[in-house]
Design a protein around this ligand. Structure first.
Ligand code: SF4
Length: 355
């Protein structure tokens, strides 16, 4: 029998269900996460996720520009983060200057960023983040997304009043084990975010080879249930001396398979689908959102990741164009409704193999 046809009946059943955009269950996601990486079934999952995203998001490529506001040796000591006291990479606390932040934000705006994601370390002063949001939102016409510690309702409303439209916050894999934060506290913050009217941005992260399909699928389903604006997959990047370094790292193809499964789980809930770090494979598997990066980063050994691992907006846009996505279209994540463009508008004819 040909290896191409038929696909495994169980996988076919899940794909048929996923096509209706209603999402798939945790058990179904686990089944897909266990598929052999280069099997026809795994590629069928990626092909369907690709089609779902290109149709639902109208071929838009989203560029959400991460700007890390400060470096420090953070005493929360999350094991996957390079900005910790324990890692010993950043021993001095340092904030990037107004001039530097403004220069990054303006460049991001010029290059077509759809959002500015302002990230802080865990003990950064919340009032300072509000100040930065207030003046930056007057200087640039790009939606601001906060990425900081857990917040309460009052703080969520303050973020809105100071120019923020979104908030990135994830229940990380092995939260409470590899970090000191209880899962319940992270979920409480996510509920605050959506209740006050901020867009909730999420990712299944930081994935390493040690994470089991069950725990990954659990977070995927949580993202759909709590209404994430986007929720793709980011792998863990090990740094010198990383406490989790002995596990190794997953490769981009493994991440692309997870991106695809996450897309099927999310169904018609999201406005975009992210991956990190920027890579081509995930754009064939349902991802349409990259995070260009400057400033501090938990994956970095340099204060400014723009001088290290980070890619700028223009470089990310170029990758998207190579993959048939258009970064120049308006963002679907904030005020604009999701595009209803059909597959003929968003899938170039060079992709005859789409299901
Ligand atoms: S992830 Fe955030 S809270 Fe955890 S150590 Fe890094 S900066 Fe601190």
């Amino acid at each position: 029998m040909s290896p191409w046809n038929p696909l495994d009946p169980k996988v076919t059943e899940i794909l048929t269900k996923a096509e209706d955009m209603a999402g798939i269950t945790r058990e179904e996601a686990v089944c897909l996460l266990r598929l052999e990486l280069c099997s026809p079934e795994a590629y069928a999952v990626m092909a369907l996720a690709n089609r779902m995203s290109r149709q639902a998001f109208g071929g838009k490529g989203e560029l959400h520009f991460h700007i890390g506001l400060n470096v420090e040796g953070c005493s929360f000591n999350c094991k996957f983060c390079s900005l910790t006291k324990q890692a010993g990479i950043f021993n001095e606390s340092e904030e990037f200057s107004h001039e530097q932040l403004l220069a990054w934000a303006k460049k991001g705006e010029e290059q077509g960023a759809d959002a500015l994601n302002l990230m802080t370390t865990g003990r950064y002063r919340f009032e300072r983040l509000l100040e930065v949001g207030a003046w930056l939102s007057r200087e640039v016409n790009v939606p601001l997304v906060a990425n900081t510690r857990d917040i309460n309702h009052q703080e969520g409303e303050a973020l809105l009043a100071h120019g923020f439209q979104g908030f990135y916050h994830a229940v990380r894999l092995r939260e409470g084990v590899d970090s000191p934060f209880p899962v319940a506290k992270r979920i409480a913050t996510i509920k605050v975010i959506t209740e006050v009217g901020l867009k909730w941005a999420n990712c299944i992260e930081p994935v390493g080879p040690e994470h089991q399909p069950e725990e990954i699928a659990e977070l995927m389903v949580l993202a759909r249930e709590l209404g994430a604006t986007y929720s793709g997959v980011m792998r863990r990047i090990n740094f010198p001396g990383s406490p989790l370094g002995h596990h190794g790292m997953i490769n981009e193809l493994e991440m692309a398979r997870m991106v695809a499964v996450s897309r099927l789980v999310m169904g018609d809930v999201p406005r975009a689908h992210c991956t990190h770090e920027p890579n081509t494979a995930a754009l064939m598997a349902g991802a349409n959102l990259f995070f260009p990066e400057v400033g501090s980063s938990p994956r970095e050994t340099q204060a400014d990741t723009g001088q290290g691992r980070g890619r700028d907006v223009a470089a990310c846009a170029a990758i998207m164009r190579e993959m048939g996505l258009n970064p120049s279209l308006p963002s679907n994540c904030f005020d604009a409704p999701p595009s209803d463009a059909g597959p003929q508008d968003t899938c170039p004819s060079a992709y005859p193999g789409l299901p």
